[in-house]
Each structure stands twice: as structure tokens, then as C-alpha cells.
Write a protein that binds this ligand. Structure first.
Ligand SMILES: Cc1cc2nc3c(=O)[nH]c(=O)nc-3n(C[C@H](O)[C@H](O)[C@H](O)COP(=O)(O)O)c2cc1C
Length: 346
């Protein structure tokens, strides 16, 4: 039977689609997805709960909440969980550019969809280094102003970012509010119990689980770590002794830094939380590059002290999504653990 023009065209386009599909499914493409996920997973998450899971195809990643890892007591609306997923997504997008991949990002009510395609532009793998080096540092920082150059970089970074030096009127307001809200949270037994579940209290637990907060994550050196394991278990984290130590530490933290950076958004909804997480991550990578240490402190947003803080900072028309303590100090040598990623391959 003679071939018509129509059927030849159909055959051509089917062949072309087949070639594109084969090209995209070449091992290189899916290997890159695995590498991108490795960088994604280095994102920060509250209590290091890593409340993410992913579905993948050869050219896409869908990031969803892991319902078994949500912090129902300190984060009942999952605001911080979505910020953490936003940071995960940003790491994926930035690291993909190192593999000459472009990324389209969309979200719906249950997840963030990243679709990758080949980019003709040549990119250097400039983000990978900072993604790996980024970390939370909870030790006291130098009580020293950020350099003018660093303040200018932060000021020009994004309209939703503001830096408040500790020695300014607003800086003192933030330090006081963080201290009071921390005390309130430490004295809330259900929130403290949740914290104890995410705090590693023995060497055995440290070996077994790769999430949560270890003594070194909390800023303890190996000598203090031995004492910590000897003194505290899950129950004793809820004791007066622990609360007193934590209170004293918080006071030292808020009074020993250069200042605080606040990330705001126009509204409080999932879209803004994802955007804030992406912005947090971009900013944190820049601060890592500048050797500025970072410590998120969320209690002012989580506790009833939130309206008072907005009022005193004169930002009643905005929502605060992140408060981070920043400053200079020696680099932290180790980094926090990560569990095996929950991946469903499509
Ligand atoms: C949304 C969000 C809120 C956070 N809030 C706090 C906080 O209140 N106090 C704190 O010490 N760390 C906080 N962190 C930092 C995490 O505990 C930290 O990212 C996690 O332990 C993983 O460690 P890493 O950042 O060194 O990789 C927060 C992180 C995120 C993403």
C-alpha cells in the first residue's frame, strides 16, 4: 500500500519523539537527577526533621511533605515545613545549572514540581560548593558589626530581606523578643516533648538515625557531648536543669552576634512559604560564601510574641517568615546528618 504524505509525516514525528525520549532517558540524564537530589537534601529543615519525600521520573522531581516527620506542636500549619521544601527545591534548581539543565518550577496543593530540560548555555558548577558548605552554627558569634560591604550585599539582595544590627534599637527589640519567646517555648511541655523526640540523646541513637539534632548540631564540642549524653535522656530534656541550660544558651546567642536578618512576605500562604524557603536558601548560600555564620531562630514567629514583634518593628502590613542570627565566628567543622531520601520512581 503506497504511503500517503500524512502517514509519512506521522511516522517522522513519531520517530523524532522517540529519539527525544531516548535522548532524555540516557543514563546521564537520570544520573544527574540523582546528583541533584543529593544537593536538594542538604537543605535546612526545622529540627533537622527532613520532612520531605520525592517522586521522580527521568526528567522531573516532585517534592512532597512526609506526614510522618511533621512538627505538629511548633509548626501546626506546616509553614516551616513548606519553607524547608522551598529550600530543598532551590538547591535542586541551583545545582541543576551545574549540569547544564534548566528547571521549570510549579506547585499545587500537595507538592512542588520541578521539570528539567537541557540548557544550551554553559554553566559552571558554582553553587555545589556552597550547598555542601552551608550549615547552621549555634555557638555564640563575635559581637562585631558586619562590614559595610557585607551589609550592602544583604541590603541589595531582595526587597523581602532586612538586616537589623544588634546594637540598633530594632536589633535589641528582636534579641529581647527571641529570648522571651524561647523561654515561653521551653516552658511549654508538649513543645518541649516534641523537641526531645528530635534531640539525639545517646551514641546508639546517633548511629541509628540520620535526622534530628545531635549535641554537635547544638554547638557542643566532643568533651561537652560526653557530659550531655551522660546527663540527659528523652525524659530529662524536659527537666528544669535542661531548661535552665537552654535559657542561658539562648541569652548568650542573642547577645553575641552582629545582628538579625528578617525575611518577610506579603501574605501567609503556601505559595509565599515556598518562595521564602527559596529566598532563604539563596541568601544562606551567599552568606556562606561571605563567611558569615547563620542561625535561624523561629520561636518569635511560633509563639504569642509574634504580633508584638511585628508591631514594634513597624511591619504590621507584612508577615515574618524567618529570623536569622548572623555574625562572624570560626567555621563549624562537622555538618548535620541526612537520612536516606524517600524516593518513588515513576
Ligand atoms: C524553617 C526553618 C526554621 C528553623 N528554625 C530554627 C530554630 O528556631 N532554631 C534553630 O536552632 N535552628 C532552626 N533551624 C535550623 C535547622 O535546625 C537546621 O537547618 C537543621 O538542623 C539542619 O542543619 P543544617 O542547617 O546545619 O544543615 C530552622 C531551619 C528552617 C529551615
Amino acid at each position: 500500500m503506497p504511503l500517503t504524505n500524512e502517514s509519512t509525516n506521522w511516522a517522522k514525528s513519531a520517530f523524532l519523539s522517540f529519539c527525544i525520549l531516548m535522548f532524555c532517558q540516557m543514563p546521564g540524564f537520570s544520573q544527574n537527577i540523582n546528583k541533584i537530589l543529593h544537593y536538594g537534601q542538604r537543605a535546612p529543615s526545622s529540627h533537622n526533621a527532613q520532612m520531605w519525600q520525592v517522586d521522580t521520573t527521568y526528567n522531573s522531581i516532585r517534592i512532597r511533605l512526609d506526614p510522618t516527620k511533621l512538627l505538629n506542636k511548633v509548626d501546626p500549619s506546616n509553614r516551616e515545613a513548606w519553607i524547608s521544601l522551598g529550600a530543598f527545591a532551590e538547591n535542586c534548581i541551583l545545582s541543576a545549572s551545574g549540569f547544564s539543565l534548566m528547571c521549570d518550577i510549579q506547585h499545587d496543593s500537595t507538592g512542588i514540581n520541578l521539570t528539567f530540560s537541557k540548557s544550551t548555555a554553559a554553566h559552571k558548577e558554582k553553587y555545589a560548593k556552597w550547598i555542601i558548605q552551608r550549615k547552621t552554627t549555634r555557638t555564640p558569634f563575635k559581637k562585631e558589626e558586619l562590614s559595610t560591604e557585607h551589609q550592602t550585599i544583604i541590603k541589595n539582595f531582595d526587597v523581602n530581606i532586612t538586616y537589623y544590627p544588634l546594637n540598633s534599637e530594632y536589633g535589641k527589640i528582636i534579641a529581647d523578643n527571641l529570648y522571651s519567646s524561647n523561654i515561653a517555648q521551653l516552658n511549654n511541655s508538649t513543645k518541649l516533648q516534641e523537641l526531645s523526640e528530635w534531640t539525639i540523646t545517646s551514641r546508639k541513637e546517633e548511629k541509628q538515625r540520620k535526622d534530628g539534632l545531635s549535641p554537635s548540631d547544638l554547638g557542643l564540642n566532643s568533651f561537652s557531648k560526653a557530659f550531655f549524653y551522660a546527663l540527659f535522656n528523652k525524659e530529662k530534656i524536659q527537666s528544669h536543669r535542661f531548661i535552665n541550660i537552654a535559657q542561658r544558651n539562648t541569652l548568650k546567642q542573642v547577645n553575641n552576634c552582629s545582628g538579625f536578618i528578617i525575611i518577610t512576605s506579603a501574605r501567609n500562604n503556601k505559595e509565599e512559604w515556598i518562595k521564602s524557603g527559596r529566598l532563604l536558601q539563596r541568601l544562606w548560600l551567599k552568606l556562606t560564601e561571605l563567611n558569615i555564620r547563620v542561625h535561624p531562630m523561629s520561636q518569635s514567629i511560633e509563639e504569642n510574641y509574634y504580633p508584638e514583634l511585628k508591631e514594634k518593628l513597624n511591619i504590621n502590613n507584612k508577615e515574618i517568615q524567618m529570623i536569622i542570627r548572623v555574625g562572624y565566628s570560626k567555621p563549624r567543622k562537622d555538618c548535620s546528618a541526612r537520612s536516606d531520601l524517600k524516593i518513588n520512581n515513576g
